[in-house]
Write a protein that binds this ligand. Structure first.
Ligand code: ADP
Length: 605
């Protein structure tokens, strides 16, 4: 049977997708292959079809046990003889499978890398004719990649032990230079045919949002924009997965949580419920998804920012495998940068590796602050040029809100960085520019520099947005460190000289009306206005929910006190006039959460 007949018979497709046919042809002509295709690009077919056509059996090395079962089951459904060997099988089941393999009954064997060097597997393999070794998720072999798995290093040793070296085909969705070189080198690919298919997924709509209330945004989005198919919401911690799934369930959504700390059995149940459409929304850590190929995922929302662009693109890429329009929304919040930096710091790795991870994180942070086409930014990161500055189908290209000219403010900010000797991070620079009277600023004599207090009419959040935008566009450099400081560079000069205009979306920078801001009631002490606004928002949310006027929850003076002393412990809150035991029990935690988030955000950058 020809490859086209087999494509139709076993997979039900009439045509190959971009790149698939050339990979298949090369494998069939016994040449090694190295294929980089985006998630959802159709990598599996590239080794499954040759496995069917070749004499002997193909070994597929794959990192996830759950994935193996799904893939093997799907092949059997399609009339392809496939099996898998991994630790989820009992001794009796394993023996049955081994006997089937020895009798030559299978065309594909899925196996975990841990098993490759065991004597039992090796003795088995000696009895069969291996037609191909397919290495799925090949980036797991690379120390530089985002998903390094030491057991992948067994693969070259396994291959070296074989009497006859079969064709080797490696597949990944990760295309950064470092990773690509490492994969080729470690696997010792022999003059491989290399394929990089376009990374663009035209049906995916990318968007960055920065809502004040993340949960509200999420709920509104799901309420409005989601009728068919399913959705995935990624969070950075197990704790967030649990609290968010609880909340969504309480609000009546068919949602389930998934993370690595859950019992295997429960995880399988959740995954099955998702595949069968019994759970429409999965809230998960990055433990969920490798190999999940549900075609009708209509949205992937990142509730927290992931660790880098590769991880982001891989996770977001799980949307819209069926080619229909789907959303990839990243909810940006500066406190996520803190979380990611903490994770990097806790991992205690070599300096060089840590720097690389911080740089990679910064690339994603810059992505969140660009005014440019998001599709273009992603593709350029993966080394592709689009030639287009406007894709007309991403959050930035479709945003027709007004720009305002922030060149003068940018010049003031750059000048402030210079006057303070390029020794401080974003947070301190903002405080100096806004003339903060905080103890730190006074103690360090920063109230004496000429740029102290020269920006009064832009909110703290607006100034942060401006500076992050300058970093994203390369007009300021942020050092790669756990405590990064801002430095000027050659490009800063163009802004200082007025050769470069800095435009920002009006919605992102709240510029206060000067007259109005003067009317703001002055409290007796210097509380933090930005935090006050957030607390007030939380109060409004609770008040609306309880159908009560806001002041019944807390008086303004209580919010001012909270925005001044920023307490996060029960005993500290109880000291504030207007917060008794009862009030604390009712609202304490909600307000502490706001304060903790705010503190984390201010410490970030
Ligand atoms: P990857 O491993 O690259 O992430 P998969 O191999 O899981 O992607 O394929 C993604 C989806 O595309 C699957 O649902 C698969 O059935 C489908 N697919 C693969 N090849 C074709 C093709 N030639 N025509 C139509 N759909 C295809």
């Amino acid at each position: 049977m020809s490859k086209y007949d087999l494509l139709k018979k076993h997979f039900g497709y009439d045509l190959f997708r971009n790149g698939q046919e050339s990979v298949i042809d090369n494998i069939l002509s016994k040449r090694d292959v190295f294929a980089i295709m985006p998630t959802g690009g159709g990598k599996s077919l590239c080794y499954q079809l040759p496995a069917l056509m070749n004499e002997g059996v193909a070994i597929v090395i794959s990192p996830l046990i759950a994935l193996m079962k799904d893939q093997a089951d799907a092949l059997v459904e399609n009339g392809v003889k496939a099996t898998y060997l991994n630790s989820s099988l009992s001794a009796a089941e394993t023996n049955i499978r081994i006997n089937e393999i020895m009798r030559g009954e299978h065309k594909l064997i899925y196996v975990a890398p841990e098993r490759l060097l065991t004597d039992s597997f090796f003795n088995l393999i000696k009895t069969v004719n291996i037609s191909l070794i397919a290495v799925d998720e090949a980036h797991c072999i690379s120390q530089w990649g985002h998903d390094f798995r030491p057991s992948y290093r067994n693969i070259p040793r396994f291959i070296a032990r074989l009497e006859k070296r079969p064709v080797i085909a490696a597949f990944t969705a990760t295309a950064t230079e470092h990773v690509v070189n490492e994969i080729k080198e470690i696997l010792k690919l022999n003059n491989p045919f290399e394929l990089i298919t376009g990374f663009d997924r035209e049906n995916l709509f990318y968007k960055i949002v920065k809502p004040k209330d993340k949960y509200k945004y999420l709920k509104d989005y799901i309420d409005k924009g989601f009728t068919d198919g399913s959705g995935i919401i990624y969070c950075s911690t197990r704790k967030t997965v649990e609290s968010l799934s609880k909340r969504l369930k309480e609000d009546g959504f068919l949602a389930e949580g998934y993370h690595g700390g859950m019992e295997t059995e429960v995880r399988t149940q959740v995954q099955d419920a998702f595949m069968l459409d019994e759970a429409k929304i999965i809230i998960a850590t990055n433990a969920f998804g490798m190999g999940i190929d549900k075609p009708d995922v209509r949205f992937v929302i990142h509730y927290n920012m992931p660790k880098n662009m590769e991880a982001y693109y891989q996770e977001a890429g799980r949307a819209g495998r069926d080619g229909k329009s789907s959303d990839c929304i990243l909810i940006y919040s500066p406190s996520d940068i803190v979380k990611q930096k903490l994770i990097i710091a806790q991992n205690m790795m070599e300096r060089e590796r840590e720097q690389l991870q911080l740089t990679n994180l910064q690339i994603l942070v810059n992505y969140c602050h660009t005014n440019d086409c998001l599709r273009k930014e992603i593709l350029e990161y993966f080394g592709e040029t689009t030639g287009k500055n406007n894709c007309a189908s991403c959050g930035n290209c479709q945003n027709d809100s007004e720009f305002i000219d922030m060149t003068v403010e940018s010049q003031k900010a750059l000048s402030c960085i210079y006057r303070t000797n390029q020794r401080f991070g974003v947070n301190v620079i903002i405080q100096v520019l806004r003339g903060s009277k905080s103890k730190k600023i006074i103690d360090w004599n920063l109230n004496k520099v000429s740029t102290y207090g020269i920006i009064q009419d832009v909110s703290e959040g607006g100034l942060r947005e401006l500076i992050m935008n300058l970093i994203a566009r390369g007009f300021v450099r942020m050092t790669v460190d756990n405590y990064p400081v801002l430095k000027l560079n050659e490009s800063s000069r163009a802004v200082l000289k007025g050769e470069e205009k800095i435009l920002l979306r009006k919605e992102r920078v709240e510029v206060k009306d000067k007259k109005k801001s003067k009317q703001i009631r002055k409290a007796d002490f210097d509380f933090n206005q930005a935090l006050y606004d957030l607390l007030s928002l939380k109060r409004k949310e609770i008040a609306t929910e309880k159908k009560m006027p806001p002041y019944v929850i807390f008086h303004n003076t209580v919010l001012e006190e909270l925005a001044y002393s920023m307490p996060t412990k029960k005993e500290e809150l109880l000291k504030i006039k207007g917060i008794g035991e009862k009030k604390f029990d009712n609202y304490g935690e909600a307000f502490i959460n706001v304060i903790e988030d705010f503190k984390a955000e201010s410490a970030v950058i």
